[in-house]
Design a binder for this molecule. Structure first.
Ligand code: C5J
Length: 223
């Protein structure tokens, strides 16, 4: 059993029941020319978490522990894309339109794929999700319950959107979740900061946060 110094109090996890969750580390959310960039977001603000997630993935793989990757994307025929989501904000380019990296947020297109630094390796679960919540219309819950995974180490972008939504939904389903403070980012640094506070307020109402360092140490020590 590993014991991690965390906010608001120590977090315990067992190597037999833990998984790393990497949320939406896709070109469309991170790279120039992607969807987020086209919406005018400060994509440079989501770069710092990349090497941190890379180290966590390496640590989990060395211990043969599960690494789960999610991508927010839609079917090419847009049958899982609500009209409201496509039109919201009246963007210049909409989900499903052609952009510099293929059709925006469409499964199988270059832009919806993972950045090369964080590409899944053979055997890792890749979840294509049409929503912000990783449980919504996906195999996530089945995968976790089949493997008796109870503790989730959560990373990815953006902190206040898909990361927070997934952590809240996991908490409601009984999972103990810890969000890695330097393993998540937002286009809006102030939203990241307040999200970390919200999740851990009231005695960890949604879960825990900690830096990557104690998790990496526990993985290296194999405890
Ligand atoms: C957003 C996400 N920001 N992955 N998606 O629309 O957080």
């Amino acid at each position: 059993m590993a014991m991690i110094e965390a906010v608001p109090f120590p977090f315990h996890f067992d190597f037999d029941h833990v998984a790393l969750v990497c949320i939406d580390m896709q070109k469309d959310f991170i790279l120039p020319g992607g969807f987020a960039d086209s919406l005018g977001n400060h994509i440079e603000n989501v770069a710092p978490c990349i090497p941190v997630i890379q180290k966590l993935q390496e640590g989990f793989r060395k211990c043969a522990l599960p690494v789960i990757h999610t991508k927010e994307c839609h079917k090419p025929d847009l049958s899982d894309l609500p009209v409201a989501k496509r039109n919201r904000g009246n963007p210049k380019i909409k989900i499903g339109d052609h952009g510099p990296m293929g059709r925006i947020l469409i499964d199988g297109e270059d832009g919806s794929d993972f950045i090369h630094e964080l590409a899944p390796v053979f055997g890792e679960l890749v979840i294509s999700k049409p929503g912000k919540d990783t449980f919504y219309r996906t195999e996530f819950l089945d995968y976790l319950t089949t493997r008796k995974i109870s503790n989730l180490i959560i990373t990815g972008v953006t902190t206040e959107v898909c990361v927070q939504t997934t952590m809240r939904c996991a908490n409601d389903r009984g999972f103990d979740c810890i969000l890695i403070e330097d393993g998540t980012d937002s286009y809006f640094p102030e939203y990241k900061e307040i999200t970390l506070k919200m999740l851990t307020s009231q005695g960890g109402i949604v879960g825990w946060t900690c830096k990557s360092e104690p998790i990496l140490k526990a993985l290296a020590e194999g405890i």
